[in-house]
Design a protein around this ligand. Structure first.
Ligand SMILES: Nc1ncnc2c1ncn2[C@@H]1O[C@H](COP(=O)(O)OP(=O)(O)OP(=O)(O)O)[C@@H](O)[C@H]1O
Ligand SMILES: [Mg+2]
Length: 277
């Protein structure tokens, strides 16, 4: 079970003077249950690429399959949910409730089961049930983003693909969103996130893909990514590198505070043992 992208290329305004080669011969896989982080400079093709993953954009050349099914097949939409870069483009309901229940009701959910699905989705993204009756357009940018996320979560996707999901959120909502993504990932959902904030997502990711001018510039694990770049690094990784430069025998490919704590504790313990012995 996976999404397989093979030799995909894409041009905007093909054959005109405005032709733009946005993706060039891109190949990679997203395994079922994997957490994939997609980065790259402004205009490198990230949004164009992920809009291909649920068939919103059809590949002009190459192929994409989802669990073996061609992405052109409409059935793919129930497996791959896409949260777009600008949530206001994705919202349309008169109320938040109407917006969130659109997807699941299209798949046949009704009555109490539908209402419960909406409630659960709101809870997952940390929004108060009271917003259900409001117009999505009366909400703040950050709240709109969370409503759009609740809308895609209500579809119970196998693959959740998001374009800059944390942009425009305050620190509390960023934290909430990242922990929601972790929870969803632990429950077996594949998560694909496009972000400029590589550092805040690296600890969660299993695979990192970096695009450059529409081509894959890097693909590997977060630790391989850390080894391949000099900056920017997550703060905790920078701290470990600094400690290493100061002579502490610690690993400098650390991504989480918990791992750093263990590593520093071990280094201090072995220093102490050497001094005592
Ligand atoms: N609708 C469009 N028509 C023409 N060109 C487009 C269109 N959308 C994107 N492009 C061009 O295709 C290239 C890739 O754009 P894309 O939006 O995929 O990049 P991105 O990596 O998502 O950028 P950002 O980080 O700014 O979101 C850019 O050069 C962009 O100008
Ligand atoms: Mg984009």
């Amino acid at each position: 079970m996976s999404i397989d992208v093979r030799n995909v290329s894409f041009f905007y305004n093909r054959g005109t003077s405005l032709e733009k080669h946005a993706l060039e011969n891109v190949s990679f896989s997203i395994e079922k249950g994997e957490f994939v982080l997609i980065g790259g400079e402004v205009g490198s093709g990230k949004s164009t690429l992920i809009r291909h993953l649920n068939g919103l954009i059809k590949p002009q050349s190459g192929s994409i399959t989802v669990n073996g099914m061609d992405v052109r097949n409409k059935g793919v939409r129930s497996k791959v949910s896409l949260l777009m870069q600008y949530p206001q483009k994705q919202l349309f309901g008169k109320t938040v409730y109407e917006d969130i229940c659109f997807g699941p009701s299209n798949f046949g959910l009704k009555g109490d089961a539908l209402a419960k699905q909406v409630r659960d989705a709101l809870k997952l993204v940390g929004l108060d049930e009271g917003v259900s009756a409001l117009s999505p357009f009366s909400l703040s940018g950050g709240q709109m983003r969370l409503v759009a996320l609740a809308g895609v979560l209500a579809m119970n996707p196998e693959y959740l693909v998001m374009d800059e999901p944390t942009s425009g959120l305050d620190p509390e909502n960023r934290y909430l969103l990242l922990s929601t993504l972790s929870k969803l990932h632990s429950s077996g959902i594949s998560i694909v996130v496009v972000s400029h904030q590589i550092c805040e997502l690296l600890p969660h990711a299993e695979k990192v893909i970096i695009l450059k001018n529409g081509c894959i510039d890097f693909i590997g694990t977060p630790k391989e990514y850390l080894m391949s770049v000099s900056s920017p690094l997550p703060e905790i990784t920078s701290l470990m590198k600094d400690l290493r430069l100061e002579g502490f025998n610690v690993r400098d490919d650390i991504l989480t505070v918990d791992d750093a704590f263990l590593e520093i504790s071990n280094a201090l313990r072995s220093r102490g043992a050497k001094q005592n012995g």
